[in-house]
Design a protein around this ligand. Sequence first.
Ligand SMILES: Cc1cn([C@H]2C[C@H](O)[C@@H](COP(=O)(O)OP(=O)(O)O[C@H]3O[C@H](C)C(=O)[C@H](O)[C@H]3O)O2)c(=O)[nH]c1=O
Length: 342
Amino acid sequence: MKILVTGGAGFIGSNFIHYMMEKHPDYRIICLDKLTYAGNLRNLESALNRENFRFIKGDICDRELVYKVFEEERPDIVVNFAAESHVDRSIEDPEIFLKTNIIGTQVLMDACRKYGIKRFHQVSTDEVYGDLPLDRPDLKFTEKSPLKPSSPYSASKASADLLVMAYHRTYELPVTISRCSNNYGPYQFPEKLIPLMIINAIHDRPLPVYGDGRNVRDWIHVKDHCEAIDLIIHEGKEGEIYNIGGENERSNIEVVKMILKELGKPESLIKFVKDRPGHDRRYALDITKMKEEFGWSPKISFEEGLRSTIKWYLENRNWWEEIINGEYMKYYEKMYGERLKE
Ligand SMILES: Cc1cn([C@H]2C[C@H](O)[C@@H](COP(=O)(O)OP(=O)(O)O[C@H]3O[C@H](C)C(=O)[C@H](O)[C@H]3O)O2)c(=O)[nH]c1=O
């Protein structure tokens, strides 16, 4: 089996490659990644010298390159992780989100049509459904919930999902889509809540919590997400959408306090800052379909997963010090400088 993993040098993509290499050592894995600010070849260090692994630097929007990769490798399965994924950045500058997340998906699917494929799997997000109110804990999104994205990022992912379903209906492309909740774990770029808070806390820097900190996210360890995708690409039904969630809803302030406690740092580091525009209140997924079709449910508890993630960041300082000593601090200053002064 040959699997083309796009965006495989990013957080979830690289975790997926590690998961697959261990689970299916006989598979050939080809990683196509543009190596944007969020991609890092160091995430793939242990895979790079394996014979059954090939890394190709490139953009999924580059039709010529994508067709060349298909011509050479003839993958059986494509798993599309390649995406611009940070909501705050999409609010600052939506254009690249539309290009990579929508046009890139189209180019990949055109290649799948041209060269033939057993499965095209689109990695999507629970954000396509929009948000839920805090005072209705009984409500959750199912795969049939309407799409109502709030940010340019989630609108781009929802658009791509629609395109994937259209390619299935019109061209009978064998597709599946998974919509996952908030991931955490090793190799996550420190612009996202959990790694940003861990790294700030280690440095005794203020922890910028948006708004009142009561927004709720459903957290899942990245390894549980990878396991679910592995099941869907092999056993999922063509044309189907699957919600993947952690059944682990937490307010942001609760998560931040857990991180501080684990690191032995004071809560006085918490600083409430100006809210994110259009900030989604609560995400919650109904994962009955994954449970009933595959007997899948998340295995890693949040307490255990968060502890091991904090340990990973403490033990891999070189990894993130290299990041924060680069362009990162410019981004940080732009996003948080003013807000932290207010
Ligand atoms: C970076 C940051 C975030 N937050 C809040 C904003 C959110 O309520 C929550 C998580 O934020 P983050 O940007 O880490 O993730 P989401 O906006 O929930 O979106 C994430 O989860 C979905 C499923 C994806 O699909 C996105 O790709 C992924 O980025 O913490 C703060 O309060 N302070 C901060 O400094």
